[in-house]
Structure formats: C-alpha cells, structure tokens
Design a protein around this ligand. Structure first.
Ligand code: FES
Length: 277
C-alpha cells in the first residue's frame, strides 16, 4: 500500500517536472522558487498543474511591485526594535520577524511590495527576501480567510486520508485550494508535515479572527471528512473548540482505547553497591 502511494506520488512529481519544463523553459531552482514577473509563466491557479508544486507571483492590481507599501508609524518603532536584536552587519538575520510584522500589518498576507519594503530595511536584494517568504508556508502570499485551514499533505497524513479531508473542505466551502470564500471567512491551503504524524490526519487552523496581530495556529488531529466540516461550522458560529485530537477514544497521542502495554510502574533500576566497586 505504502509502495503504491509512494509510486503514485513520484509519478505526479515527474509529470509536474515534465510539464514545467515544457511550460516555463526554466531551471529547476527557478521552478520551485519562481518569482518571475513575466506573463509567460502559468499562474498557480492553472488547474493542469499541481498547485502544491507550482507557486508563482503573478502581478495583479492588489499585488504588484509598483504598489506603494511601507511599515506604518507604529510598526516603524517595532522594526527598529527587531533590528536592534542583531549585530549591525547582520541586519538580514531579521528577515523572518520583519516579514511576520509586514504580514500582520497587511491583514494576514504578504504582497510583493511588502517583501520589497523588508528587503530595503535589511539592505539585501529582494530575491533574498522572496526566497524566505516562498520557503516558509506560514507566510501567505495571497489573501487568506479569517480562518485559513491548512491540510497536512505529507506521507503519514496522506496515507491516513488527507486528500479526502481536503476534498471534503473544498466541496463544503465551494472553493478551490487557496481561494477565499465570498464571505471572507475561510480559505484552504496545504502544509507539509506539522509534527503530529502520530495523530494523522490533521489540519491546522490559522485563526485571524482576532485580527492578524492576535493570530494563532491551532492543530486539530485525528480528523475525518465529517469532523472537518463540523469544525468549519463551529468556527463559523464563532465557537472556540479545543484543539488536539478529535478522537474521543484517545488521550492526546495515547493509543486509541487506552494503554495496552506498560500498564504498571516500571521497576526501578537495581541499586549498585558503589562501595564494592
Ligand atoms: S505527516 Fe501530517 S503531521 Fe506529520
């Protein structure tokens, strides 16, 4: 089963590489980290390409390098404070906290002009900032909903049904991946392993409902297609549901139905007569 799934995944990746080579005539590095402003590249929403592999910047009226963007006066102070944490010749080390600040200021996502503003502050070429923003999936490069639902797509979660989880969410919300619902409440994205494989499949809800500055990431684990739809509806009603396993028969990451081994206290190690040594 595992072998078959891995083979299918490999085939999908190969096909994506082949298509990308035909479409972009681009090097593989640029294929993964495409930040081209040329219109000859396909947008990430092209249905013929796997959206989790191809993610590119395409100029739009609300996201283009000519759009004016700068840190507001309140955040100017925070910028100075963040930069002060690093030696003056290593300003570039502040790239992640500054991108985070820019994302918060911009309502939960990062337009390219915000990345350019960060590059200017830390005095590096913009590509250095794009490299970071495209690598870390907590940086949203397109608008997201108040609740951004991220489905883990890595192998353990995939084997335990993450594709069905995503399908259930997309169908229930009537959106494609990375699209925002008309009411602005929800969007669905994908993340790679979030470290809860023992409770696979799992989703994370990036919760921006208290404003992008008070956002939180909450893990919902052991989910089913039915349960994720229930989670969406509870969030819609504004209910704060407890994160963690959604399987009532498990306690955190413990085995379903309780322990079957190690049921008694472990024996202490034998006492050694140190004087006899
Ligand atoms: S594979 Fe999904 S949390 Fe690790």
């Amino acid at each position: 089963m595992l072998g078959r799934l891995a083979a299918t995944r490999l085939l999908e990746i190969r096909q994506a590489f082949r298509r990308a080579a035909q479409v972009t005539n681009h090097c593989f590095h640029c294929f993964f980290f495409s930040f081209s402003f040329s219109s000859k590249f396909l947008p990430s929403t092209d249905p013929s390409l796997p959206p989790n592999l191809i993610s590119m910047h395409i100029d739009s009226p609300d996201n283009n390098p000519d759009m004016p963007w700068e840190f507001n006066s309140q955040n100017q102070e925070k910028v100075k404070e963040i930069i002060s944490h690093y030696p003056s010749n290593y300003k570039q080390s502040a790239v992640i906290p500054l991108l985070d600040l820019a994302q918060q200021q911009h309502g939960g996502w990062l337009p390219v002009s915000a990345m350019n503003a960060v590059a200017k502050v830390i005095e590096v070429a913009p590509i250095r900032v794009y490299e970071v923003a495209t690598f870390y999936s907590m940086f949203n490069r397109t608008p997201v909903g108040k609740y951004h639902l991220l489905v883990c797509g890595t192998t353990p979660c995939m084997i335990r049904g993450s594709r069905e989880i995503e399908d259930a969410l997309l169908k229930h919300l009537g959106v494609k991946r990375n699209e925002v619902t008309k009411d602005g409440l929800f969007s669905v994205g994908e993340m790679e392993c979030m470290g809860s494989c023992v409770n696979a499949p799992m989703i994370t809800v990036a919760d921006y409902s208290s404003g992008s500055e008070g956002y939180s990431y909450n893990y919902y684990e052991d989910v089913t297609p039915k349960r994720v739809v229930e989670i969406v509806e509870l969030l819609r009603k504004g209910e704060k549901l407890p994160p963690g396993t959604q399987n009532a028969k498990r306690i955190m990451s413990g085995p379903e139905g309780g322990n079957t081994t190690l049921l008694t206290d472990p024996k202490p190690p034998p006492c050694r007569d140190l004087d006899a040594c």
